[in-house]
Write a protein of this length. Structure first.
Length: 407
């Protein structure tokens, strides 16, 4: 009987150990969704159709970058499986596709999801599920709110900071300037309202005339006509590329010559300036933090040569002079650095830990002197930029690198 009880105890202990081990293995599997010994799944939603479909080239270029990474051996021996779905810039579709990425595709994390309204529709769900939501293709200041959304992080300099810089520059040129503001009626556009208020303070109401538009509107001509009637000295366009082109054209047609500042995300040479005609854009001002592949100043730059070689080999159908593609190459370069910092541990909490631990990271296509920095209390990776003006057939940078935090 004692022998039988001992055998029962041993069998019971073995079963218990097996159950515990299975539980541990299951727990580890749960901790690393989207990751196997050979693969890392990364998810994204973007606009391959709809009103801002031109921005879909960002995800296509990122996909090409991951193919290059895979050809070079991947990250910690794992190939990147980049899954991106079209949401047509429709928040309802973003919800559907994001759930698909997390619940069906079981991605490790989300990367470079496009658009303020689409991301706003899913940010609470993503954070509730503790999925890293990294380097969004947005310019909104809200994406640096680490307290509300600890799993979310933007990438580009905030539109609010950009608007502050535009206002300060305009005032340096004309201290008593009157401002006209054209803005998209969402969080992106409203950052421009906030940025101008930050600088103008109590005089905002008396010095600024603002006109908003919906992204579904076919044209903003009527808004420009209304703003022109104010004879404002400065026009700030907090818009996307399609509407930036329309604004530039209408301002030219009306013979209006304000200091015209356009957000960096809408100032692409190929998507905005060339379609509208470079002669109509003379004097246009924007900010920049990435090297311009159409600028002869970078012809012998090693980072630019690497970018152009990448485009030729991996994304031949893309336009190498398109700033959106240079942006995609830049942000994916930084993500690669982040993943390398993970040292093979791609659990979601560790990915987020390393996302919060980027220190003076350089990328081959960032302007010299501009670095990526993050921390648990800093979810604005880029806070530096430089102003540039359209002259002749290209942009000319002027002034110093500006640190947004020191405004």
């Amino acid at each position: 009987m004692a022998s039988l009880n001992r055998r029962s105890l041993l069998v019971g202990s073995a079963v218990a150990s097996a159950v515990a081990l299975a539980g541990t293995r299951g727990s580890r599997a749960d901790e690393t969704p989207g990751v196997t010994a050979t693969e890392i799944k990364i998810g994204c939603t973007t606009s391959l159709s709809g009103p801002v479909s031109a921005l879909g080239t960002i995800a296509k270029c990122e996909d090409a970058y991951f193919r290059m990474v895979n050809d070079q051996g991947g990250i910690a021996g794992r190939k990147i499986n980049f899954i991106y779905y079209d949401d047509a810039f429709n928040p309802a579709k973003t919800v559907e596709q994001t759930r698909r990425l997390i619940e069906s595709d079981n991605v490790a994390f989300l990367f470079s999801m496009l658009g303020t309204a689409p991301n706003s529709a899913v940010v609470k769900y993503i954070n509730a599920n503790k999925v890293p939501h990294l380097f969004l293709s947005v310019n909104g200041d809200k994406w640096g709110d680490y307290q509300s959304y600890p799993w979310t992080m933007g990438f580009a300099p905030s539109s609010r900071t950009e608007a502050q810089i535009f206002a300060k520059y305009a005032l340096s040129q004309k201290p008593d300037a009157k401002f006209a503001l054209l803005y998209q009626n969402d969080d992106l556009g409203k950052d421009f309202v906030s940025g101008l208020r930050d600088v103008l303070g109590a005089s905002y109401e008396s010095r600024v005339t603002a006109a908003s538009y919906e992204v579904t509107e076919p044209t903003i001509d009527s808004q420009i006509v209304t703003l022109r009637a104010t004879n404002a000295d400065v026009l700030v366009s907090g818009v996307t590329a399609k509407f930036a082109a329309q604004a530039i054209r209408k301002v030219y047609e009306l013979g209006w010559k304000p200091i015209h500042c356009v957000t960096s995300g809408a100032s692409s040479v190929s998507s905005t300036i060339m379609p509208v005609g470079p002669e109509r854009a003379q004097g246009l001002i924007t900010s920049v933090y990435i090297k311009d592949p159409s600028d002869p100043a970078w012809a012998e730059d090693a980072g630019m040569k690497d970018y152009l070689a990448f485009m030729a080999r991996y994304f031949g159908e893309g336009n190498p002079k398109e700033a959106l593609n240079t942006y995609a190459y830049t942000v994916t370069s930084v993500l690669r650095r982040l993943l390398e910092q993970c040292n093979g541990n791609f659990a979601r909490d560790n990915i987020m830990r390393e996302a919060n631990n980027l220190r003076n990271v350089e990328a081959p296509t960032l302007l010299p002197g501009i670095h990526v920095n993050t921390s648990p209390t800093n979810h604005h990776p880029l806070q530096q930029m430089q102003l540039q003006r359209w002259e002749g057939l290209g942009y000319v940078r002027f002034g110093e690198i500006i640190e947004g935090a020191n405004l």
